[in-house]
Design a protein around this ligand. Structure first.
Ligand code: HEC
Length: 111
C-alpha cells in the first residue's frame, strides 16, 4: 500500500522585527575629535597637503611645519586657511570647520 505523504509546505513566516535605526548624532558643539580630524583631513586638506600639490607643505614634513608655526604663529595660520592663500581655496575645502578644527588639522599635518 502506497501511502502518499503530502507535505504541506508551510511558509515559514519570520517575523522580521523592525530594527529601529540608530541615529548617531554628532555633537557639533564639542568640536571634532581625533578620528574626525583624520577624516576631515582626508576629505579636505589631503588633496593638496598629502602630495604637496601646488607647493603645499606636505603632511608629516614636521620641520617645515614647525618653522612655519614658529614664524607666523598658529592664529595667523588659521586665518590663512580661513581666508585662503595664493593657491589654497578659502577654508581649505572644509566648509564646516571651526577655528579649533583648523588648529587641530594643522597640528595633525605637522606631525
Ligand atoms: C587646493 C589645494 C589645497 C587644499 C585643499 C588645502 N591647502 Fe593648505 N595650502 C595649499 C598651498 C598651495 C599652500 C601654500 C600657500 C599657497 O601657495 O597658497 C597651503 C598652505 C597652507 C598653510 C600655511 C599657511 C601660511 O600662512 O603659510 C596651512 C596652515 C594650510 N595650508 C592648512 C590647510 C588645511 C588645514 C587644509 C584643510 C582644511 C588645507 N590647507 C587645504 C593648498 C591647499
Amino acid at each position: 500500500m502506497l501511502s502518499i505523504i503530502k507535505i504541506f509546505a508551510k511558509g515559514n513566516r519570520f517575523l522580521v522585527s523592525t530594527i529601529s535605526t540608530l541615529v548617531v548624532s554628532i555633537a557639533m558643539t564639542t568640536g571634532a575629535g581625533a578620528a574626525d580630524i583624520a577624516a576631515i583631513y582626508t576629505e579636505s586638506c589631503a588633496a593638496c597637503h598629502d602630495s604637496g600639490a601646488l607647493n603645499a607643505i606636505k603632511k608629516g614634513d614636521s620641520v617645515k611645519w614647525q618653522q612655519l608655526i614658529q614664524q607666523k604663529g598658529m592664529p595667523a595660520l588659521i586665518s590663512s586657511v580661513k581666508n585662503g592663500m595664493i593657491q589654497m581655496p578659502a577654508g581649505g575645502l572644509c566648509e564646516n570647520c571651526s577655528n579649533d578644527d583648523y588648529r587641530k588639522l594643522i597640528e595633525y599635518m605637522s606631525k
